[in-house]
Each structure stands twice: as C-alpha cells, then as structure tokens.
Design a protein around this ligand. Sequence first.
Ligand SMILES: Cc1cc2nc3c(=O)[nH]c(=O)nc-3n(C[C@H](O)[C@H](O)[C@H](O)COP(=O)(O)OP(=O)(O)OC[C@H]3O[C@@H](n4cnc5c(N)ncnc54)[C@H](O)[C@@H]3O)c2cc1C
Length: 358
Amino acid sequence: MKVVIVGGGVIGLLSALVLAQAGCQVTILEKNAGAIESSWAGGGIVSPMYPWRYPPAVTALAQLAQAEYPLLAQQLFAMTGINIELNACGMLMLEAEDQRDALVWGQQYQQQLLPLSAKDISQLSPLLANFKTGIWVPHIANVRNPLLLSALMQAVTQLGVCYRNHTNIVSWHKINNRIAAIESSTGEKYTADAFVITAGAWTGQILNLLAINMPVNPMKGQMILYKLPEQKLKQIVLHQGHYLIPRQDGHLLCGSTLENTGFEKQTTDEALALLQKTANRIMPLLSQYQPIKQWAGLRPASPNGIPYIGRVPQFSNLWVNAGHFRNGLVLAPASAKLLADLMLCRTPCVNPEPYQII
Ligand SMILES: Cc1cc2nc3c(=O)[nH]c(=O)nc-3n(C[C@H](O)[C@H](O)[C@H](O)COP(=O)(O)OP(=O)(O)OC[C@H]3O[C@@H](n4cnc5c(N)ncnc54)[C@H](O)[C@@H]3O)c2cc1C
C-alpha cells in the first residue's frame, strides 16, 4: 500500500516507522526543514504529568507506550547508533492537592505511587526546597526528544521512507468519497492509496480545507534550559503544574507555560521570568545560574487531551493521528501502532472507540 503522511513530527515519523515495517511504501511531507515544531520543543517526559487527572483513553495508550519505549530505544540504537537517552529517573510530584485521588488511581491501574513526607523528599532529593508532601513514581522516564527525532528520521530512511522537507500541503483533490491527490504550495501533486494527517496543531486547519471540523488547536508552551557543570538533580520534579527535567549531561529544562495565543510562537520576557522564578522556587541552587536558552512550541490541543486516531468517516482513504496535546511523546508509540492496526485491518492494540473521528 502506498501511503502519504502529512506532517513529519514524532507522530508522523513513528506512524511511518510502523507502516514501513509492515511493508507499506511511505512518503512523509513536511512543510519545514525537518521535525522542528512541538515534538522538538517538548520536554520528553514519557508519562502524563498528574496521570490520574486524565481520562482512561489517555491512560490506555500511555501504558502501552510506556511498555514499548525500552524496545523502541533498543531498536533505534541498533538501527542508527543513536542513543535516545531513555532515562527511567522517576518523577516526584510535590504538594499535589489531590494526592488521595492519585493513590486510588495508582491502585486501580497497578502503578507504583508512593506518598512521601517532607523528610522523605529531602532524603530523595536533597537540593530541593522544603516541601511538605509528595508522591514518588519511580518508573517514569524521559527521553531526549531531539535525539529521538534524529534516530526516527534515520530509521525510517533506512526502511525506504521518503521524507520531503519544505513541502507545505495546501489543497486536496477528491473524487467522490476518495482523496485522489494532495497538492503543495509549489504545485506538486502527491497520489497514494491512503493519506494520513499527522500535522499536530495544524491538523484542524488542513482538514478545514475539506470542510471537516476537527477541534485541534494550537496551545503555546515555553521552556527554558540551564546547563550545570554536572547532573545535580536525579529525578523529574513537578510542582504546581511546572516541572524540572534533568538530562544526564547537566542540562536541565524548566517548563512550561500554557498559552492560548493562536499560531504565534514568540518567546516572551514574562515567561522567562515566570519559569526562572519557578525553577528557583523548586531548586534554590538554580538561582546561581542563568538559563542558556528559551524556546516555544505549539501543542496540538484536543478536548480532554484525547487524540484523534482513525479514518475520517467522509472519506474511504483519509486517516488522522493527531491532537495529542501535552502527551505526544508519551503516546506516540502506541498511537502509531493503533493507527497501523486500523489501516491494515489488524486486531487493534487498544479499543479504538474513544479516539474515533465523528
Ligand atoms: C513546551 C512543550 C513541552 C512539552 N512537553 C512534553 C512532554 O514532556 N511529553 C510529551 O509527551 N509531550 C510534550 N509536549 C507535547 C508534544 O510535544 C506534542 O504532543 C507532540 O510533539 C505532537 O507531535 P506531532 O507530531 O503531532 O506535532 P508536531 O511535532 O508539531 O509535528 C507536526 C508537523 O506537521 C507539520 N505540518 C503542519 N502543517 C503542514 C502542512 N500543511 N504540510 C506539511 N506539513 C505540515 C509541521 O511543520 C510539524 O512538523 C510538549 C510540548 C511543548 C510545546
């Protein structure tokens, strides 16, 4: 089967990987010079933050994806030699007001969530400020998402996938209920047996061209980066919706903002000040350092954060895998698998109903 995928972020790349491994002939069309949008900008935590606050549809994909990540990391390393730095460093969630709900959720889903006292917290992570309560989730990992993207790019290329940069899809050609071709802003037409939209925050815009309304909207997130001489913090730390993510080489991320400002993605001084204040509040040592970088990305926000995965009912050969909001890196391996299962008429890896496009 010949498949054209529109959008070359983590969702497009992983969808291509799974489809190419199943024998499909895949082309990815990407409007930029590579995967430099949300998938690059993200923090790389591969669990939802406050996982108990998400609907079961997100948990189902997240659990499947968490089990897949170590295999994916090994597979990518074997194929490309790139270590995506999957680091199961654990996540410390501080002073969550709904700690009780968290513990109930942990029991329900057999996830290890351990309540901590102030003393436990300072023993686990001595450089943090004083916090009264916390929850420790030991198995949670993060990946270095730019490395994941580079590895995926090389892996799909090895499998014969064609990744075309600077190809902005602006129109559709349809015959009855089939998509016959899509067209780029420079007039090139692409035909295929099946088309998949993985265009992140731009998915709603692209489908609008077919008079299809899908509520996936951009939600800006800003992030700052520190470089410490060595790794001082061992765990991911979450407090009042903001987080610190340590990398093994001393880099440390602090994120993020949640801004409903359309498709603009300028960084702002206000966000810089907020994130610096947050970083210093969580780990006072950081007040001795200045951030070395600040950036912004556009999350593909869908209602309740449940992605759309499936066929667009109005067309027999148009598919979507988009709207992963804050959890695109978390969910990508499972969401690509579900898409491929549906496209190739295999038994779906999870119940597909909650992700259906109506
Ligand atoms: C600050 C921040 C922190 C985050 N932290 C995390 C985290 O820790 N963990 C996590 O799981 N998620 C996180 N996320 C969310 C995560 O990054 C997204 O959910 C995920 O990257 C979405 O992947 P995607 O491939 O759908 O979108 P994108 O990476 O945005 O890819 C979509 C691609 O489609 C292309 N495209 C759009 N329109 C067209 C067109 N017309 N023609 C051709 N190509 C087109 C775009 O150029 C883009 O490359 C974070 C996001 C931000 C911004």
